[in-house]
Design a protein around this ligand. Structure first.
Ligand SMILES: [Fe+2]
Ligand SMILES: [Fe+2]
Length: 274
């Protein structure tokens, strides 16, 4: 299967480039399944139901989130009827929505996607390792699921790497989100799981984490909050990771970063159609 995962969409800048370009990518690259992290798509803070629908209509099969999931208050309500929107699975029992689900891909394959949040330098949710163990064990790769994709929304590289190694050989892809900067460590782990510490963001990289740079610089220099953070509106880049899996085992055959648009060096997988 051909999978694509895109990192955090930041504001109108990030969602516009994804909504404009994803339909052609899905078509040209014959992508079977696409996951997009949408936690910053509404002016940098959370996701509205209308934006969710636009991203799904553009070709995303599932939208994951993270610590910003509840920034738009009605997400607590509409997430109950939107099973293609995931919040971290390790929120306490009783939290609205779901953190993992099994979906049918365009090619008819069954794909399990789970979203989990780290606890190092972040809000202390339930144990992310135990929570992921539970959902992965319920949905074995190569048996119930043809592919399994895990979005680890975390600050600490060590926590994401540990999650990758814990799941190695049992899922197709472990990819990090939240830091908004793509890492250069994409690889297939010894057991056959594709891994990348952070997918990067879809947004403007002439910024601080996708936000207009003036206010963050001001806050670091002066320690006095001034204006609100607003998404940067310069050239946008799509950033993520592409994976090809073995249809028999669901494990990864190839993994490569994807970067399109903006002023960063463009990167396309060599196993993609030219
Ligand atoms: Fe984010
Ligand atoms: Fe985040």
């Amino acid at each position: 299967m051909k999978l694509l995962f895109l990192g955090d969409l930041v504001g109108r800048t990030g969602r516009t480039i994804v909504i404009d370009q994803l339909p052609a990518l899905v078509e040209e690259q014959q992508l079977d399944f696409v996951v997009v992290n949408g936690e910053n798509s509404a002016s940098g803070f959370g996701i509205t139901e209308a934006i969710l629908q636009d991203v799904l209509d553009a070709g995303a099969d599932v939208v994951t989130t993270g610590n910003h999931v509840w920034d738009q208050r009605d997400t607590l309500v509409y997430i109950e009827r939107q099973d293609r929107l995931l919040r971290p699975v390790n929120y306490p029992k009783g939290t609205p929505g779901r953190g993992a689900h099994l979906y049918t891909a365009r090619n008819g394959a069954q794909v399990m996607v789970a979203n989990v949040m780290g606890r190092v330098y972040m809000d202390a949710l339930d144990d992310p390792f135990a929570a992921i163990e539970r959902v992965v064990n319920e949905c074995p790769l190569g048996d119930v699921a043809d592919a399994v994709i895990i979005d680890v929304h975390a600050e600490a590289t060590s926590e994401k790497q540990a999650m990758g190694h814990m799941l190695d050989g049992r899922v197709s892809l472990v990819v990090g989100t939240h830091t908004h900067v793509p890492t250069a460590d994409h690889q297939i782990l010894p057991g056959g799981t594709a891994y990348m510490t952070d997918a990067g963001m879809c947004g403007c990289y002439d910024s601080v984490l996708g936000m207009d740079k003036e206010e963050p610089v001001n806050r670091f220099q002066r320690k006095i909050p001034g204006n609100r953070f607003t998404p940067a509106t310069g050239d946008a880049t799509i950033s993520g990771v592409a994976v090809e899996t073995d249809d028999r085992t669901g494990l990864a055959l190839r993994v490569a970063p994807v970067r399109i648009g903006g002023h960063l060096e463009p990167v396309l997988p060599d196993f993609w159609a030219a």
